[in-house]
Structures are given as structure tokens and as C-alpha cells.
Design a protein around this ligand. Structure first.
Ligand code: PLP
Length: 397
């Protein structure tokens, strides 16, 4: 098999050496339960609290504001339900979100709608963002929560979080952000951005899978999501994942420590990739070119199916995605691309390439050579493309 070029880092990342090294002692010698009073337990407890301090520092939070969870989905579920029920206790039944959130957010909101909450889904502009003004205009006296993602997982566009935070603070509404794609990739400061609750996941920044955290600002009520023991101040029961949490802390410290350097490298590779792939006729970059994560490229190619493109790229050793990992395998086009206003036919031909620091310029050159070959081949056997070329139907991009 040819060398593998992994460009699906928005789905998950490889663990860094630092993260693996930080994890192993807690699998071997320091395997104690932090709730135990003996030494092995207490050493584990100290490690847990030290990891909490490190993580808090990376996002400008206090250690007591960090709750460990099993990952981004759990953090999203707990934050949203907690804020919704806290609002309900004061007669507030309205929630504001966007049409292009991750399914961990959207499906939680759909459940809450069935329970009687009313959700306003803000329209997403074609360049891939909502505005603070939209949020401001949607806030009502009975709004319990605003939840807007920090950066989109498919198209990488970054939302005006600081301005939205300001708007929420002014109206005293809880503001949650799914920052799973942002933490460790771009600067995140919960104080500067007026964030009340924030979800993050270790495996998106070179930590292990199955561990994440929820930031909940002091004074913002956090309801218990998993009942049981008194771990995490009684908000999340279960023996703590010490090894995972320590690896997460190491991965995050490494990522934030190298943030500027990594962002610069990734933005260079991303821009080269966008320039190269934009030369394909009837192609389109999805989302703003400037206001996007340093490692995200998401494009549509008219007249082809994203799934076929992925399979043929995989045969060349390129591991990419058509959008989110959750929708691949189904034939529905991405809800994110539809939210941008793309027609179904165009949204079907999407390709997401999400880079990491491990990618080289040679990788990018290889992708720039390979994608046009595959697109041309698929178009050559596509009846849709034939119609487009013969003018039987109009080109949409
Ligand atoms: C990956 C992802 C999640 C889910 O995180 P898990 O740790 O896999 O549960 C949630 N939101 C966004 C934006 C993501 O990219």
C-alpha cells in the first residue's frame, strides 16, 4: 500500500507522543482510585487535580470550573440540558442555536423541543457564520440559553463568539459554545469571550478518545447528568479516567504551547491546497476563505458524488471525508452545506480535508495532483456531468 496521507483530523487525530507518555504511568503504577484514602489513590487524586489546573490555564478558566466528561457529545448534552432546566425553573422555555451545529447539540435540542422547549435556529449566512446581531434580535425575556458552536466541524468557519458572548451577558442569558473544533487549534479565552459553558474533546487535539471536559463558569448552575458517586463535585458520577485526563492535559498544553507556530504552518498548507483545488472547473470552496480554521478545506465539485470521490482517494492512500463522520454512510447531504444554501445536487459532491501539523507540503502536492484526476474520472462516467456539459441542465457552480 502506498503511504497514507491522513487528512481527516476533524473526525479524530492521532495521539501525540507527549499525550501517550503522560497516560502510561496511570495505566501501570498509579492505577489508584482517586476516592481511595491510601497512597496509590491519593497520588492519582493529585494527578487529577494537577491536570484540571493545566487545562483550566489553557482556556483562562479556574480549575474549579472544569468538569471531566467522556468527550464532546457528553459535554454538549450536559451543558444544554442543564441550562435548559435551570431556565425552566424560572419559566424560561426558549433556546437559541444555529442550523449548522454538531448533531450532539442538534439532537439534544430536538429532544428538548419534544419536552416543550421552543428553539430558534438562526440562519447561517452563505459564508458560513451567524452574527451577534442575529443572536441579539432573537433573545427574548424567556430565553434560557444561547448555544452556538465556536468553529464548524465540516466547513471550519469561526463564529463571532466574543460578540455573541457580549450580547448574552447584556441580556443575562446563559451562553454555551461547542468548542470541540476550536480548543487546541485557535486561541480560546473563556473570560475574554464571556463564555458561560464550553465543551471540548481530547481526541480532536491529539489526546485520547473517550475523554473531554466541560467548562462551567462559577455561578452558572450545573445539573448532575450522571447519578452515582460524588466525583466532579457530584455533577458527574463515575471513577475518573485518570490516564485519559492526564493525556488530555498533556495534549492540550502541547497544542496551546505551539499554537502560533501550528496555525501558521497549517494556514500555509490550507491556502496552498485551496488554491490548487480551486483550479478544478466548477468547484467551490464552502465557507469564508479567511474566517476559517487553519487546517480546514471543504470544497464541492459539481457532477460527482462525494462518496465515490472518497473511495477513489482512499485507494490512492488519501484519508479524507465528505463532511462529518456522523453523516458519512448515509446518503443524505450534509445539513451544514444545506444550511449554507447549497442545492442538494451540489452538496452531494463535497470533500473535507482537515489537516494536522503532521502533514507535509509533499502531502499537499500529492493531494493537489490526485483530486483533479479522480474528479475528472468520475465526471467522465457521470450522466449528470454529461447533461451539464451538453447544456441539458444549468451549471450551479
Ligand atoms: C467531534 C465533535 C463532537 C463530538 O465529540 P466526541 O468527543 O466525539 O463525543 C462534538 N462537536 C463537534 C463540533 C465535534 O467536532
Amino acid at each position: 500500500m502506498a503511504k497514507t496521507i491522513y487528512v481527516d483530523n476533524a473526525a479524530t487525530t492521532a495521539m501525540s507522543d507527549a499525550a501517550i507518555a503522560a497516560m502510561t504511568p496511570y495505566l501501570k503504577e498509579i492505577y489508584g482510585n482517586p476516592s481511595s484514602l491510601h497512597t496509590v489513590g491519593q497520588v492519582a487524586k493529585e494527578a487529577l487535580e494537577s491536570a484540571r489546573e493545566k487545562i483550566a490555564k489553557c482556556i483562562n478558566a479556574q480549575p474549579g470550573e472544569i468538569y471531566f466528561t467522556s468527550g464532546g457529545s457528553e459535554s454538549d448534552n450536559q451543558a444544554i440540558r442543564s441550562a435548559a432546566y435551570a431556565g425552566l425553573a424560572h419559566g424560561k422555555k426558549h433556546i437559541i442555536s444555529t442550523a449548522f451545529e454538531h448533531h450532539a447539540v442538534l439532537h439534544t435540542l430536538k429532544k428538548l423541543e419534544k419536552e416543550g422547549f421552543e428553539v430558534t435556529y438562526l440562519d447561517v449566512h452563505p459564508y458560513g457564520a451567524v452574527t451577534a446581531k442575529q443572536v441579539e434580535e432573537a433573545i427574548r425575556d424567556d430565553t434560557a440559553l444561547v448555544t452556538v458552536m465556536y468553529a464548524n466541524n465540516e466547513i471550519g468557519t469561526i463564529q463571532p463568539i466574543e460578540e455573541i458572548g457580549k450580547a448574552c451577558k447584556k441580556r443575562n442569558v446563559i451562553f454555551h459554545t461547542d468548542a470541540v473544533q476550536a480548543v487546541g487549534h485557535i486561541p480560546v479565552d473563556v473570560r475574554k469571550d464571556n463564555i458561560d459553558m464550553l465543551s471540548a474533546s481530547a481526541h480532536k487535539f491529539h489526546g485520547p478518545k473517550g475523554v473531554g471536559f466541560l467548562f462551567c463558569r462559577t455561578g452558572v448552575p450545573l445539573k448532575t447528568f450522571i447519578e452515582g458517586g460524588a466525583q466532579e463535585k457530584g455533577r458527574r458520577a463515575g471513577t475518573e479516567n485518570i490516564a485519559g485526563v492526564n493525556a488530555m492535559a498533556a495534549a492540550l498544553c502541547e497544542a496551546t504551547g505551539n499554537l502560533e507556530k501550528n496555525m501558521k504552518k497549517l494556514a500555509f498548507l490550507r491556502d496552498k491546497l485551496i488554491d490548487g483545488l480551486s483550479r478544478i472547473p466548477h468547484s467551490k470552496l464552502n465557507g469564508s476563505r479567511e474566517n476559517r480554521l487553519p487546517g480546514n478545506v471543504n470544497m464541492c465539485f459539481e457532477g460527482i458524488e462525494g462518496e465515490s470521490l472518497l473511495l477513489l482517494l482512499d485507494a490512492k492512500g488519501i484519508c479524507a471525508s465528505s463532511g462529518s463522520a456522523c453523516t458519512s454512510g448515509s446518503l443524505d447531504p450534509s445539513h451544514v452545506l444545506l444550511a449554507l444554501g447549497l442545492p442538494h445536487e451540489v452538496a452531494h459532491g463535497s470533500l473535507r480535508l482537515s489537516l494536522s501539523e503532521a502533514n507535509s507540503e509533499e502531502d499537499i502536492d500529492f493531494i493537489i495532483r490526485s483530486v483533479p484526476e479522480v474528479v475528472n474520472y468520475l465526471r467522465s462516467i457521470s450522466p449528470v456531468w454529461e447533461d451539464l456539459e451538453k447544456g441539458k441542465r444549468p451549471h450551479l457552480i
